[in-house]
Write a protein that binds this ligand. Structure first.
Ligand code: NAD
Length: 495
């Protein structure tokens, strides 16, 4: 069985805790590797190694750091097929999705290549007579990211480029379910020329996470995952004096007005709900069908969904792959049971699809007449289940979204500019799409939801990410005028 350890000091090292977890190919159900679970001592070694490398790296010129980042960008692009193959092998998503994930990660490296501009400070000459004030942005030291299973390459790439650009050392704790792609990305960081030991990877579970949260030499934590763990990370990290950005779960609504282009809206709903088997934090899981759009949307979605090809992600014909684990497959299927029991209309029943072999496959489900008291509406299902809630007006839809606990992404489909503008202004969510179902911001904006989808105040990647990974230092300078130099012992005032 293949053994996956850690990367410390630029080398792959075997785990020493004696604890491991199985890694599976979700398309076959077969175990393909064992990943080591780091002990507190292994985390300590990783942090100490990163701290040592960061001391010199933090003073490296921006010109040299920029060149390393360009190298990294080119090496990731050159290796995109290998990264995508690892993603599909352990996550299960189809190859085109895996390549798309790498492409979105590349955007963040490209943003970080502009670090000279993004990190530029400011200067005020003669703030008082003969006194100048300069602000620069300094690294934090060693920072850490704890990432989820659903984007094993892209989410590490939401964090690593800006953190390294800003001069920090880095510890990555990837999801233990699909660690091979993030391990490979860490190898590419070294291949690009970043110093050995600057970025270390510790694989592991709660033990490793808690060791990072409590470590005095870890200055900041970036977390992406489910809401309960995000809350825990935020509370524990901040209690230990760290900067924390913790992105949680989601329940994303797509409002469809009667004047929308129904074909366009249905195409969007199908790709946003069932793409990557619904295991996306920006997946659409609720269509809020206003008035007469409802019947048309349900039939257009169901007609398109029935044609989707579900299969092994390595098969180019497959449009949707399996779920991540057997447990996820069973949990998601149980929501169709409960939706049916609670009175929803099961238009498409993914439990009825049959698949060869032992993969963690589940067909696509479409539930109509869902109401806000049903668990299929209230819980994050994180699978290929789309609910339709029927409402009478845009205002009713907006009120419903506001009452929902989460506020990650949302979208409206309409031809009415006034309605779209009202939605954009009033909707309670951090990322909004207008005739765009999955409004993931480009790399030069920043990513983060509201309410239970985000804990912290500085969101991820782009300009906000660069701020998160750097801190201001302000210097006030006075040089005596050689002609009038005198000693003044008074309290400093502006003059
Ligand atoms: P998860 O919360 O189970 O795990 C995320 C990370 O936390 C992993 O590295 C895991 O090892 C670690 N972890 C798990 N349990 C822990 C514990 N008790 N203590 C400390 N650490 C723990 O999430 P997941 O299942 O890997 O990913 C899916 C979730 O992530 C979904 O809820 C999805 O919405 C969310 N997500 C959110 C975003 C976003 O941008 N808001 C993006 C992607 C995924």
């Amino acid at each position: 069985m293949k053994q996956i350890g850690h990367i410390i000091g630029g080398n792959q090292v075997a785990g020493t805790s004696g604890l491991t977890k199985g890694v599976f190919n979700p398309a076959t159900g077969a175990q393909t590797a064992e990943v080591a679970l780091a002990s507190v001592a292994e985390v300590d070694t990783a942090v100490a190694t990163s701290k040592k490398a960061q001391r010199a790296y933090g003073e490296m010129s921006i010109a040299r750091r920029t060149r390393l980042m360009f190298n990294f960008r080119n090496i990731v692009e050159a290796n995109q097929d290998e990264i995508a193959a690892r993603l599909t092998a352990e996550h299960g998503k189809v190859i085109s999705d895996s390549l798309g994930e790498v492409a979105r990660g590349l955007e963040n490296i490209e943003f970080a290549c502009g670090m000279a501009e993004a990190l530029k400070g400011s200067h005020s000459e003669n703030a008082s007579t003969g006194i100048d004030v300069t602000t620069v942005r300094r690294p934090l030291g060693v920072v850490a990211a704890i990432t989820p299973f659903n984007f094993p390459a892209m989410i590490p790439l939401w964090t690593i480029p800006n953190a390294l650009a800003a001069g920090n050392g880095f510890i990555l704790k990837p999801s233990e379910r699909d660690p091979s792609a993030p391990m490979f990305i860490a190898e590419l960081v070294h291949e690009a020329g970043f110093p050995d030991g600057l970025l270390n990877v510790v694989n592991g579970d709660k033990v490793a996470v808690d060791a990072l949260l409590e470590h005095p030499d870890v200055a900041a934590i970036s977390f992406v995952g489910s809401t309960p763990i995000a809350k825990y990370i935020y509370a524990t990290g901040t209690a230990n004096g760290k900067r924390v950005q913790a992105l949680g779960g989601a329940k994303n609504h797509m409002v469809v007005l009667p004047d929308a282009d129904i074909g366009m809206a249905a195409d969007a709903a199908v790709s946003a709900a069932y793409g990557s088997a619904g295991e996306r934090c920006m997946a659409i899981s609720v269509v809020v069908a206003v008035g007469s759009s409802a019947d048309a949307m349900v039939s257009a979605i169901s007609e398109r969904t029935e044609k989707l090809v579900i299969g092994d992600g390595t098969d180019p014909a497959s449009e949707m792959g399996p779920l991540i684990t057997r447990e996820a497959q069973e949990r998601v299927a149980s929501y169709i049971d409960s939706g049916e029991k609670d009175g929803a209309t099961v238009v498409l029943d993914g439990r009825k699809n049959s698949f060869d072999g032992d993969g963690f496959f589940l067909g696509c489900s479409l539930l109509d007449n869902v109401t806000v008291d049903m668990s299929v509406y209230k819980d994050e299902i994180f699978g290929p289940v789309l609910s339709v809630v029927r409402v009478d007006s845009l205002d009713e839809g907006l009120a419903m979204i506001e009452k929902n606990a989460w506020g990650n992404g949302t979208a409206i489909f309409t031809r009415d500019g006034g309605a779209a503008r009202k939605f954009q202004n009033e909707v309670e969510a951090g990322m909004v799409g207008i005739n765009v179902p999955v409004p993931v911001p480009v790399g030069y904006h920043s990513f983060g939801g509201w309410n239970d989808s985000f804990f912290g105040d500085t969101t991820m990647y782009g300009p906000e990410g660069m701020r998160f990974y750097s801190r201001p230092k302000v210097t006030t300078t006075r040089w005596p005028d050689p002609a009038t130099s005198s000693v003044d012992l008074g309290f400093p005032t502006l003059s």
